[in-house]
Write a protein that binds this ligand. Structure first.
Ligand SMILES: [Zn+2]
Length: 487
């Protein structure tokens, strides 16, 4: 199957940077159709406060999931995911290219990435199937070992499966027993099961579609100015009428979830709704007989607040792209279904065609001709080189797993002279192996044994280990949750 039949283009970037324009440029050049991925623009009406692209601006390009939800309805990300996936499949069937555009990060993420994977990375999916039915066998096991102390069991595990032993606190009898049981029943160490399931997860595909991702970017000082003047323009275009209408609309509605002060649902999230609330309230209470004195200053305050909120929102969007989306995309480069991120520099609007429109179209054509033709993303502009070099690597679950806590050498507050507890972490298997053969560690093992002989126990974990859900209250399975630090 050619990329054309299964690939998608996704456009992300801050509010007010020109994403809709780029989508239209690409759709016209590549026979594409646009799917809206903005949580506010899915709503009907309110075109000014939601910054919807106008019919004239669309230039005949098909736009989907735009302005189709009633304003008093809640539209969930799950609904969006289903709707968008259906649209993508329909567009593919028409042999056209789906172009997903929007600044709502969880919308983009829900469509591009398979959910099972993102959620399973924090689940510790290590349960050997051979162990079902688990409860019955565990009870037999518990009886057989009932005479042994926690410490004795843990020592047994330390010999049989040292990696698991380091993962469990000796007092976590249920976990320790479970790991011993896995070894006995399956003939394979619990830690190996976990490693294998992690390896399997590594080879799973994360992306739903081969993806060409455009991050449309503008330098902050320029963008902020643009955002400010956009707020002014929105007011000129009649934003207050829309806000009045929205307030009525939402207060009439009984369908809306949450109280009227809950700004996190649906259209209430629109920047401006909260910011101008005091002004609009005073303005509607004001009559010619008793005019509100401070109306102007309330309005001025609203404008300032709206500008601040808009900038802040743009900043959050960039943080998400840089710290979440791009690392996720880069991690797919080791998979067979990949996402290729490109930065397009929209700082200078007078060079839009060269730095955004034409460049984007040319990259997209290369993508659909075959991934091998794609240019080096960092070579497309200085801004691209800089932004892409700042992207962090995605935390890798295997690295997290390989970080070992040595409970033998870690000390509780009561055990240190200073009264400050500390944990001993070893990074990677090699360091860990070296450590358990070290003089220091062996000395501590002897100390612990003596302590046990006097009826003492191991210190409880000091800092809560990142990967270890070692509490006995844990009912989510026996996962070592090695990937727990994944985000
Ligand atoms: Zn140690």
């Amino acid at each position: 199957m050619s990329l054309l039949r299964k690939g998608v283009i996704a456009i992300t970037g801050t509010t007010g940077v020109g994403k809709s324009q780029l989508a239209i440029d690409l759709a016209r050049a590549l026979n594409g159709e646009v799917i809206n991925a903005d949580a506010l623009q899915v709503y009907k009406g309110y075109d000014i406060i939601t910054n919807k692209v106008t019919r004239e601006e669309m230039l005949g390009v098909s736009h989907h999931l735009l302005g189709f939800v009633e304003s008093n309805k809640e539209y969930t990300v799950q609904e969006f995911e289903q709707d968008a996936l259906r649209k993508i499949s329909e567009i593919h069937q028409r042999d056209r290219i789906p172009i997903l555009v929007g600044g709502t990060n969880y919308y983009i993420q829900s469509v591009l990435f398979r959910k099972s994977l993102i959620s399973s990375s924090s689940r510790g999916d290590d349960k050997p199937d051979a162990l079902a039915p688990e409860e019955a066998s565990t009870r037999v096991f518990e009886q057989r070992y009932s005479a042994k102390s926690n410490q004795e069991l843990w020592e047994e595990l330390r010999v049989a499966d040292p990696v698991m032993a380091e993962n469990w606190h000796a007092n976590n009898r249920r976990k320790v027993l479970r790991s011993l049981e896995v070894l006995e029943i399956t003939g394979k160490r619990h830690s190996e099961w976990i490693r294998e399931s992690e390896a399997a997860r590594e080879s799973e595909e994360v992306l739903r579609f081969p993806t060409l991702l455009f991050w449309l970017y503008a330098d902050a000082p320029v963008l902020n100015q643009r955002l400010d003047s956009r707020v002014d323009k929105m007011i000129e275009r009649g934003m207050f009428d829309e806000l009045d209408q929205l307030a009525k609309d939402l207060s009439d509605s009984t369908a809306l979830v949450g109280s009227s002060d809950n700004f996190t649902v649906g259209l209430k999230q629109a920047i401006g709704f909260r910011e101008f609330k005091p002004y609009l309230a005073a303005s509607s209470a004001s009559t010619s007989d008793s005019p509100a004195l401070n109306l102007d200053s309330l309005k001025q305050q609203g404008v300032e607040d709206m500008k601040t909120s808009t900038r802040r929102y743009a900043k959050r969007q960039i943080g998400w792209i840089r710290n979440k989306l791009l690392p996720e995309c880069n991690a797919t480069l080791a998979k067979s279904v990949k996402a290729y991120p490109y930065v397009l520099d929209a700082t200078d609007l007078t060079t839009w065609d060269a730095s955004v429109g034409t460049l984007g179209v040319s990259i997209a054509k290369q993508f659909f001709a075959g991934e091998q033709y794609l240019p080096d993303a960092a070579a497309t502009s200085n801004v691209a080189a800089q932004l892409l070099s700042e992207v962090k690597e995605k935390p890798n679950s295997v690295i997290a797993w390989k970080r070992h806590l040595c409970r033998v050498c870690s000390k509780s507050a009561e055990e240190t002279r200073s009264g400050v507890a500390y944990d001993v972490w070893l990074n990677g298997d090699d360091e860990y192996t070296q450590h358990i053969h070290s003089r220091q560690h062996r000395k501590n093992v002897r100390y612990r044994k003596q302590l046990a002989a006097y009826g003492g126990t191991f210190p409880s974990s000091n800092a809560r280990p990142q990967r270890n859900n070692g509490g006995s209250d844990d009912s989510s399975g026996d996962g070592a949750s090695s990937a727990g630090s994944g985000s």
